[in-house]
Each structure stands twice: as C-alpha cells, then as structure tokens.
Ligand binder design. Structure first.
Ligand SMILES: [Fe+2]
Ligand SMILES: [Fe+2]
Length: 165
C-alpha cells in the first residue's frame, strides 16, 4: 500500500470542498427564490456572489499544489442540501419556512467553516502560506455569513416564524 501523508489528505479535502462549493452555488439561488424575508433573500444572493469568488480561490489553491481543479462527491454536503430542500417542500407557504431555510443555510456554513479551518491549518503545516492565506480569506467570509444569518434569525426571522399564517 502506498504511503499517504498530509499532502494527500490536503488534496482529497480540497476536492471535497471544491465539490461542496459548486453544489452550494446551485443551491443558493433556489434558497433565495424560496425565502420570503427580503433581507434573507438578499443575504443568500450576496453569499452566492461570494461563493463564486471562493470557487476561484480554490482553483488557485489547486494551482499552488500543481493539481487540476477537480471535485469529489461530498456526501455530507449532499445530505445537508437535501435537508434544506425537504424544508422548502414541507414548509412551503408557511410562516416557518424562512426560519427553516436559514437554519439549513447555517448548517452549510458550519460544514464549510469546519473544512476551511482544517485546510488552513494543514496548509500552514505544509508550509504553503499563500494557500493558507486564500483559505483564511474564505473562512472569514463563511464566518461572517454565519454571523449575519444568526443576527437575521434573532432579530426577525424566528419571531416571524412563530406567527400564525
Ligand atoms: Fe463557501
Ligand atoms: Fe458559505
């Protein structure tokens, strides 16, 4: 059996998050269309634009390690996104829809935060400071998005979900 090292783990995990980001890019416009609250819609659309930049950063990281940008099916993100779709179906037209969509979006962000935190640490360990900086930039965007969503939930969306239609 071939020896596998942190370099291999880094490459595999990069493929995982590259796949995940591209799935997220497809999911965000659907979530924006489904959202009823204008600010939530806007947050989803803004994060869609950011996600396009994140995909570009990942391509740069692939370049740094001399590999072609390639995804690998990520079951975790597929599961998180299908839970979001389930909420869209089951809560369609109800006051609770937005709170459910927002929670689904936060699950996505937390997955990403976990991945980017790991990748950044591994990049540093491997002495790839440029890659670490790119990953750090995206990690900051994901964290900021998570905070924005928390604020929206706590200031508007959760309360709106409590009301009878
Ligand atoms: Fe992302
Ligand atoms: Fe994100």
């Amino acid at each position: 059996m071939a020896t596998k090292t942190l370099n291999d783990l880094f490459h595999e995990t990069l493929k995982d998050i590259y796949y995940a980001e591209r799935q997220i890019l497809k999911a965000l416009p659907k979530m924006a269309r489904a959202a009823q609250d204008e600010k939530l819609k806007a947050a989803f659309l803004q994060h869609k634009d950011e996600t396009e930049g994140q995909v570009e950063r990942l391509k740069q990281v692939f370049e740094i390690i001399g590999k072609r940008a390639q995804g690998k099916t990520c079951d975790a993100i597929e599961g998180i996104i299908s839970e979001g779709e389930e909420i869209m179906d089951e809560f369609k037209g109800t006051p609770a829809l937005d709170a459910g969509l927002l929670a689904a979006a936060q699950a996505v962000e937390h997955y990403e935060i976990s991945r980017y935190g790991t990748l950044r640490a591994w990049a540093k360990q491997l002495g790839m400071n440029d890659a670490a900086a790119l990953l750090e930039e995206t990690l900051a965007e994901e964290s900021k998005t998570d905070e924005t969503l928390s604020t929206l939930a706590e200031t508007a969306v959760n309360a709106a979900a409590k009301k009878a239609a």
